[in-house]
Every structure is written in C-alpha cells, then in structure tokens.
Write a protein that binds this ligand. Structure first.
Ligand code: ADP
Ligand code: MG
Length: 243
C-alpha cells in the first residue's frame, strides 16, 4: 500500500541559530544573535536591513568567507561551516559565486581576462593552458549571456558601472555556481542601471534556475526578488512575500 507523501522541497542552504560578534578592543559587539534563514534551491531571496545591521556578515557566513561563533551553516542538510579548510575552499569555489558592490575587477586586465583570472588561479597555470580554448569559449558565452559580448577586450576603465557589474556577474558565473551571493549589487549604480542589473539577476534565476541570495538596503530593489528577509537587531525579524 502506498502512503501519500508531500513533495519535499530540498532546502539548499540554511543558517541555523547563528551568533556572530566582533571584538572591538575589550568589547564584544554582537552582530547576529540567533539568525535562522533557509533558502530553497532555485529561490531568489533578498536580505534587507539598515546599514550596520549585519547583512554582509550573514552573507559572508553563508558563503563560508567567515565562520559563526555559534550555530551552523548547512548545505542540503549537511553542516558545512565546520569542515576542514580545504573542503570549505572547494565548496566556496564550486558551490558559491560572489558579487559585490564595488565589482573588484582588475584594472590592467581586459574583461575576458578578468572573467578567466579565477580559473587560472584555481586550475594552476599548467592545467589552465591545457584547457585554455574551452575556458575562453565559456568566458565568451557567459559574457554574451550578460550582454557584454561586444566588450570582451575592453578594460574596466572603458566601461560604465552597469557594465562593470555585468562583468563581475559573468566572473562569478564562470565556476557554474549553484548559489549566487550578491552583496549590494546595485549599491553603486543609479536606479535605472540598478534595475537592469536586477533584471539580469531575475533572468538568471528564472531561466537558469540559479539560487540567488541578495543583500540590499533598498526595499524597491528587494521587492523584485521572490522573498524578503529583514535583519533587525541581530535577528531575522520578518518574512514578507515580495510583490
Ligand atoms: P551591513 O552589511 O548590514 O551594513 P555588516 O555586516 O557589514 O552590516 O556589519 C555589521 C556590524 O559589524 C557593523 O557594526 C560593523 O561595524 C561590524 N563589523 C563588520 N565587520 C567587522 C569586522 N571585521 N570587525 C569588526 N567589526 C565589524
Ligand atoms: Mg554590507
């Protein structure tokens, strides 16, 4: 006899009872105080909150760029924040892609070189050269995908802010991440250009199924994601359905 089972949505990434404090001299400044947040595979979630509320801190913990004082980060149910450094490095490279407010492109490299640079570092020069043509093709494809197919050999100084952020997104996509962590990706852009970057993120989420966790202090930008989580006084205070 069959038992009916509800379809189980596989939780992709979660933070469970996370505490994080920073030391300032002899003072311990609590930033996150019991944060719980769950992001399902394929979701596009925004983390909003005032400046200093701990959004970037939470993002860094989720992406294994930093470790919590208490609590756990879990990927598909398995704890990942306490794994050996080597394994965390691998997860960071293979599972997560990062996009920041200030692009962090290398000014002396062209766009296509900027997109390829992490692969060169990751694979080592020898192995990289063996696969260079395949990587180059992949970089061109991804730069095309983000609307920069005509800018491959430009340097960052020759690009607009929106184009630089597109390039940073392309770089993050090179490792084919499962989860994109974007910290204030529109924070340095005018509202029109910011809207275009949001459109790109939405299409990567909808068409490519990319899971996206975006930090923003801009409620209007957040409204365009599927779900909004608000950080207040070190806790997740409310969950809202975006419009
Ligand atoms: P948000 O991204 O929401 O603006 P952050 O997560 O960057 O907030 O910072 C939260 C709080 O933690 C702030 O008060 C900030 O000054 C402090 N903080 C962040 N990073 C550090 C650090 N590395 N050392 C000490 N304090 C920090
Ligand atoms: Mg921040």
């Amino acid at each position: 006899m069959h038992t009916l089972r509800m379809p189980q949505s596989k939780t992709h990434l979660s933070a469970v009872a996370i505490d994080k404090a920073y030391l300032k001299g002899a003072h311990r400044i609590p930033v996150l105080r019991g944060v719980d947040v769950s992001v399902a595979a394929g979701e596009f979630i925004s983390i909003v909150g005032q400046s200093g509320s701990g959004k970037s801190t939470l993002m860094h913990l989720l992406g294994l760029l930093d470790a919590p004082d208490m609590g756990e980060v879990r990927l598909n149910g398995d704890r990942i924040d306490n794994l050996p450094a080597r394994v965390r490095d691998d997860l960071r490279n293979n599972v997560f892609g990062f996009v920041f407010q200030f692009y962090h492109l290398l000014p002396e490299l062209t766009l296509v070189e900027n997109v390829l640079a992490p692969l060169m570092i990751r694979h080592g020069v020898f192995s990289y050269w063996g696969k260079k043509n395949a990587f180059l093709e992949q970089a061109q494809e991804i730069l095309d995908r983000v609307g920069l197919g005509h800018r491959l050999h430009h340097r960052p100084s020759e690009l607009s802010g929106g184009e630089m952020q597109r390039a940073a997104i392309a770089r993050a996509l090179m490792n084919q991440p499962e989860v994109l962590l974007a910290d204030e990706p529109t924070g340095n852009l005018d509202s029109h250009t910011g809207g275009e970057i949001l459109d790109l993120l939405c299409s990567l989420n909808e068409d490519e199924g990319l899971t996206i966790i975006m930090v923003t202090h801009d409620d209007y930008i957040a409204q365009q994601s599927q779900r909004i989580v608000r950080l207040t006084e070190g806790r997740i205070q409310e969950l809202e359905e975006a419009a």
